[in-house]
Design a protein around this ligand. Structure first.
Ligand code: ADP
Ligand code: ASP
Ligand code: MG
Length: 411
């Protein structure tokens, strides 16, 4: 039995008109004689009534801090509703389908509510349903702990559900359908001439995704990579094949994956930069600040430590909490809210001289102030004011010629 896993994101299942496109892709896979497991996200985006953020609004999240257990119970309903709506429409279209919650589909997670880890996927029930149905529609983003608690696996987690199912079912392919043509050289909402990539390696897209390219969840890519299941990221609204994600250098299209110096530009915003200067013991600042952040569950990023103090970023939503904690410890942090972390990502930059200077020059020429920077062998990061985000991302996209096709870049 050939199994394919398809995942449709929130906007793809938002309206019955959009779901007609979904059903067309499902039909196409059925014509090719695949047994289909379809993972769905909650319907639409806020203010659509059953979107995840709208459900959270029912309990006044985050102002009113409800129990994380109840939040999971609430959020899981969005994907359950979506699975029933789609399977109902499939039935109306004479396609035999059944809807399952994450728990019914065999997702076992730990009990770390709101960001649970998938421990295991037991596909027995899905395989049984596939004996009598052509399509099993699974509610993404959720599972159940061993003690029976309903959990969710972190925002954007339906991609991860699809990848985990792909591996558990040894699927031939995982197709992630979304509202753009595939993985692009930058977020097309920020860079108008961003270009879709035909093929990328798991590592390339994983780096981009960790740096904020939310078109795919990085955990989903890691799971597919470990299970060696090829993925495609493609548009719900077109017939284009989108981006193939694979590890092999010569992929199924018979082309080499080009050695790109820069694969793309990604960004995360808004974030807050926090500086704590050292007056007495540098050691006390370094150890106490990060220990306190960790104990409060605040994930810190872009950390620079020097004898004169520490600098780091937190998501803007956690700024108030972080400052309160620092002040309670007797520190006087210098805080810059409304920043953006912009990253140039590409495995081919390793050992190539001049990449950082090109970035600095492009940003300076565009009048963008760099607040902080860091680099690794595959990524260069800069922190800028959020007001400069669009200028900065476009400047880097232009300076590396990313809107030009690879063939032209080579010539
Ligand atoms: P879904 O609901 O289908 O999961 P998401 O909103 O999570 O969709 O992800 C798709 C969005 O990701 C696109 O609309 C696009 O704005 C954004 N995006 C960010 N970076 C990239 C990128 N490099 N390539 C494509 N899309 C990107
Ligand atoms: N509905 C969830 C979210 O908005 C999961 C997902 O869309 O992947 O985060
Ligand atoms: Mg998503």
């Amino acid at each position: 039995m050939q199994v394919m896993v398809q995942k449709f994101g929130g906007t793809s299942v938002q309206s019955s008109e959009n779901r007609e496109h979904v059903i067309r892709h499902i039909r196409e896979a059925l014509v090719q004689e695949y047994k289909l497991v379809v993972v769905v996200s909650a319907l639409g985006r806020k203010p659509d009534p059953y979107a995840t953020d709208s459900l959270l609004g029912l309990v006044d999240f985050p102002t009113n801090t409800n129990s994380s257990r109840e939040l999971d119970l609430l959020m899981s309903c969005g994907e359950v509703i979506s699975s029933v709506v789609l399977s109902n429409e499939l039935q109306k279209n004479h396609i035999s389908a059944v809807a399952l919650t994450g728990a019914q589909a065999g997702f076992v997670t730990n009990e770390d509510f709101n960001r649970a880890k998938i421990k295991e996927v037991n596909p027995t029930r899905i395989l049984k349903e596939l004996e009598t149905h052509d399509v099993v529609v699974v509610a993404g983003f959720q599972g159940q702990s061993e003690s029976g608690e309903i959990t969710t696996i972190g925002r954007g987690g339906s991609d991860t559900s699809a990848a985990a199912l792909g591996v558990a079912l040894s699927a031939e392919r995982i197709e992630i359908f979304t509202d753009v043509e595939g993985i692009m050289t930058a977020d097309p909402r920020v860079v108008k001439n961003a270009r879709p990539l035909d093929v990328v390696t798991y590592t390339e897209i994983c780096n981009l995704a960790y740096q904020g390219a939310k078109v795919i969840h990085p955990r989903a890519v890691e799971i597919a990579m470990q299970g060696k299941i090829p993925m495609r990221i493609r548009s719900t609204y077109s017939e284009q094949l989108g981006t193939l994600v694979t590890s092999s250098r010569v992929h199924e299209l018979g082309m080499d994956i080009p050695d790109r110096m820069i694969t793309g530009i990604a960004h995360i915003s808004p974030v807050t930069q926090i500086k704590v200067q050292t007056k007495e013991s540098a050691y006390r600042v370094q150890s106490e600040v990060f220990k306190a952040m960790a104990e409060a569950g605040i994930s810190v990023d872009f950390i620079n430590i020097s004898p004169t103090g520490v600098v780091y970023t937190v998501p803007d939503t956690l700024t108030t909490k972080a400052i309160e904690i620092l002040e309670m410890l007797g520190f006087h942090p210098e805080v810059t809210e409304g920043c953006a972390k912009v990253s140039a990502v590409g495995a081919g930059m390793t050992g190539v001289p001049g990449v950082a200077s090109k970035i600095v020059q492009a940003l300076t020429d565009s009048g963008v102030q760099i607040l902080q920077s860091a680099d690794s062998h595959t990524t260069i990061w800069v922190l800028v004011h959020n007001d400069d985000l669009i200028t900065a991302v476009n400047a880097l996209h232009d300076v590396f010629g990313l809107s030009i096709t690879e063939e032209l870049q080579e010539s």
